[in-house]
Design a protein. Sequence first.
Length: 684
Amino acid sequence: MNHLIKLVTAMLVTSPALASDQIPNFSYEDVFNLEYASSPQFSDDGKRIYYVRNSMNKMADGKRANLWRIGSDGKDHRPLTSGDDSNYSPRLSPDGKTLAFISTRSGSPQIHLLWLDNGQNLQITHLPKSPSNIQWSGDGKQIAFTMFVPESKPLPVQLPSTPEGAEWAEPPQFIDSSIYRSDGMGYLKQGHVQVFVIPREGGTPRQLTDGEFDHHSSLAWSKGNDAVYFSANRHPDHEIELMNSEIYKVSLKDGTIEQITERYGPDHHPQMSPDGKQLAYLGFEDQKLGYQQHSLRILDLNSGQSRKVKTAKDRSISSFHWLGDSKRIAYSYDDHGSTKIAIKKIGAGETLMASDAGGLSLGRPYAGASFAVSKRGEIAYTRTNTQHPAELSLARNGKVQALTNLNEDLIPLRHMAHVEEINYKSSFDGRNIQGWVAYPPNFDPEKKYPLLLEIHGGPFSNYGPRFAAEVQLFAAAGYVVLYTNPRGSTSYGHEFANLIHHNYPSQDYDDLMAGVDAVIAQGYIDEDQLFVTGGSGGGTLTAWIIGKTDRFRAAVVAKPVINWESFVLTADYSRFFTTYWFSGMPWEKPEEYRRRSPLTYVGNVTTPTMLLTGVEDYRTPMSETEQFYQALKLNNVDASMVRIPGASHSITARPSQMVAKVASILYWFDQYKPDRESEDLVRN
């Protein structure tokens, strides 16, 4: 492998274009210039593709999204909307003449229609809250959507009236629900998400569902356009059994709701077949495991019989779309760190269409892709590699054609990190572990470089050969970056992921350190310059690692879990974590919680450590960070804390936050790099 690295890097270094001193490395400023494609939709004849073009709004420190179209031959690329507003969730009408989409151009998210023949744009709603999951009826006369409906519950106590002119404090908030705050949303307002329909001409939306249940669901219309299918947990114990959702059907005629599926576990994402005879959906039989794979099922609406579709072996299905003949389904899944798309013929074989879908996660190399299918079986999808965020590509007849090159004004003009795969054995049990190494621009294998180990979160997720701005920035700063998929990572099957069930952080330490040793063995790493960081589950593992070894010169622990006992009692989904990640409650199994907590081993830590978390993080609350910070300070370990104002667990949701995160990490690591001149003087 070392020979291969030398060959590849020699080619890169000797390339006249890359060797030019005029070409800069990827920089903080470049984050604001990135673009990516998402949400493709085929025209009725398959000759055009509509999609969302996403770019950064530097002045607003956010993202803008506009609708574009391009021919399936890659020609006639043009905008359909423009400006700094967000225009997203395009849905083509059944007659192929109109796009429904959600836009913020009026100041709040509303449903708009765009006539494709003349470009006329019409806002058809004036909703008090944001609509989601818009879906045309089959006859194109109505649009179904979901929306939050506030509820007002008076305080259960009687307070005296405020005297006229008096300035009293705000009244107390009374909370009696199990889930009372959610990351990214803060403390939840009283109310629930319900299903609505509205005529395509606009008017008053009609609410189809009610009750103390949330209907966060994609929607599907019946063949007769007289009912809407959705997923929800409408069981009486829905606050206790969080995962037990079913598929339901609500009648437009009288509002009656019929339960369609019945099994213990989640059933979700219903999609009607084009002939209206079958309903496909995703889900699994809940066994209360940390990781459970979503399978694809098809319900015959005449017989009421449901059957599991044979798809990629031992892989979880991410999303799917029916083909026009109602006999085939295209679906996506993650396999060994890559997102693949296949077309399955029901009851027969399948054809792999793409192996490089993704690119919707700009910061780190996580999974995330969107795709569409034409009536002829072509696949329009978001395609990525380690050099490019999501671009639109077309897969057909065994070939893939690139349609867009949204970053051609940026990436070809930058020195980008070369990334290649690495495979090695875990030092714990010899299991195969897959990872990737990003090399600094103009990498010279004869030199020595600092190594930065970057650990993914989840923990049930995966990294892969996908674009990651943070990895590129680390490499541009001169670090060799290693990122891997230790045990517990998805895309390797049920057994590999559940090695950490009721055991996390498990032996991830051995998997990760074996990766560090494998890269060191290549000969180009300065062993005195090892650094480690990670976010969420990766932050937990970073804190775990420095409690076990002092090999790293510095660490940055981002948005971690430090104390599992306090975490499960303060996180937004406490009941989920206590039920699926542990074998009992913290007062029942205190030894299990403490054994798995990095806080238990903080007395061993000597590594200089920065902690970095969003102030409004309710997934791994700031109190977790503060516990570790105080413990390190009490133990006289060099430590600092970075609090990101306004940030939730999605700590890099805004471009400047991503830049601030990377800049903070690099600043901390730079403080603890060895002073070579001083060391040489001491030795001499």
